[in-house]
Design a protein around this ligand. Sequence first.
Ligand code: ADP
Length: 425
Amino acid sequence: MFQKVHVRLAALCAGITIFILLVMSCGYLYISERGLRSSSYTSFQNDMETLISSLEQQTIITHEWLTRIEDNGKYLINVIDNGVPFLYNERNTPEQKQLFETAWDVYNRRFEVKPLLSAYDTWHMEYSFSSDGGKSSDYYACVITSERNTGTFQVMILCSMEPLLAQIRTQRFLFLGLNVLASAALALFSWYFTRQLLRPLEENQRQQNQFIASASHELRTPLAVILSCASASMRASREEQTHFLESIHSEGLRMSRLIDDMLLLTRAGDYRWTIRKEPAELDTLLLDTFEAFEPVAAERSIRLLIRLPEEAVPPVLCDPERIRQVLSILLHNALSYTPEGGCVRLSLISDGKTVKYQVADNGIGISDREKKKIFERFYRADRARSEKGHFGLGLCIAAEIVHAHRGRILVSDTPGGGSTFTIVL
Ligand code: ADP
């Protein structure tokens, strides 16, 4: 499912960003081309202005002057004196002659009304046209009409727009190349970005699935006992029935505890924890837990010791019930995983800035590989050794409570063997 969503999200993200990129690029290209065309036309007009002022100073138009004007083939020139083509025009190739015919044709059609000129008047007109009759122009043209005492003198100057068009083509190719590269980069980025975006969701989904699978597995055992006890009690004698009912009751309690733990963790996952903070005396909390577990320790022949700081610890803002729950989980574990004759030490350490609780045992200990996993939901290092009441949720609940208090929970080896859990508040 996530693969499909990833592909769709990446395609959507890439599609939108590439579309925006293309629209912006096309806009920029359009503006840039307009600028290029307009500056090229302005440059042609300026050249023509210079040429006209030079023409006005010429009394006789010589071939040398015309050759100089041609500027090494940059311009093509066609001269008509009193309606008669100048001899100079003969230098043009048949294609160039055809080009001039088209240019004169466009000029006559476009500028039908021409001003009446008095002697020594000069009039000029610039325009662009297409040499093959198409829509896009590929030549600039300028027609200078000069009224002289010898009659009307007309010079047509043509300038190819090919350098400008080549520049525009190069720019378009460059843009195309850049857009292809940028689109590929955006597609890659979208793929990576959406992958990162979906990863926590995927992880969450995986954890939920695992949680449901583990929870169902844990619930199945007591349920199986309840069902088999119920069916056996139907055929059993009165005394046996009492025994079966006791089993059903204890398994029911086990299920209820497990469900309570699961609900607690579900609320923690949804950030629906209710932490009711109030100033609490941490030494009193530890003493209460110590006293509550003393009979259990005695029953298991485990020495339970407590060490409190000599100076009174100032009250700390926390949820006393939740902290008591954490201490119970750690102490319950310590007593469960410590063999008979062992020792469990409870300590409260204060250095002025932080307060630490420590639950140290000299029991079976936890390997370094397991230390990383014991805070995961339903993780039990050795299922065979775990007692019935252990579901692998205790440390996970403890860690959630400590984190909700912005504290840390750490596990280390007790010198000489066993495990030490430290809560830093
Ligand atoms: P459980 O309910 O199984 O004790 P926890 O989440 O409290 O679940 O602990 C997870 C696992 O961490 C336990 O199954 C056990 O293997 C290991 N563990 C926890 N506390 C201790 C301890 N004091 N000594 C050794 N192993 C421990």
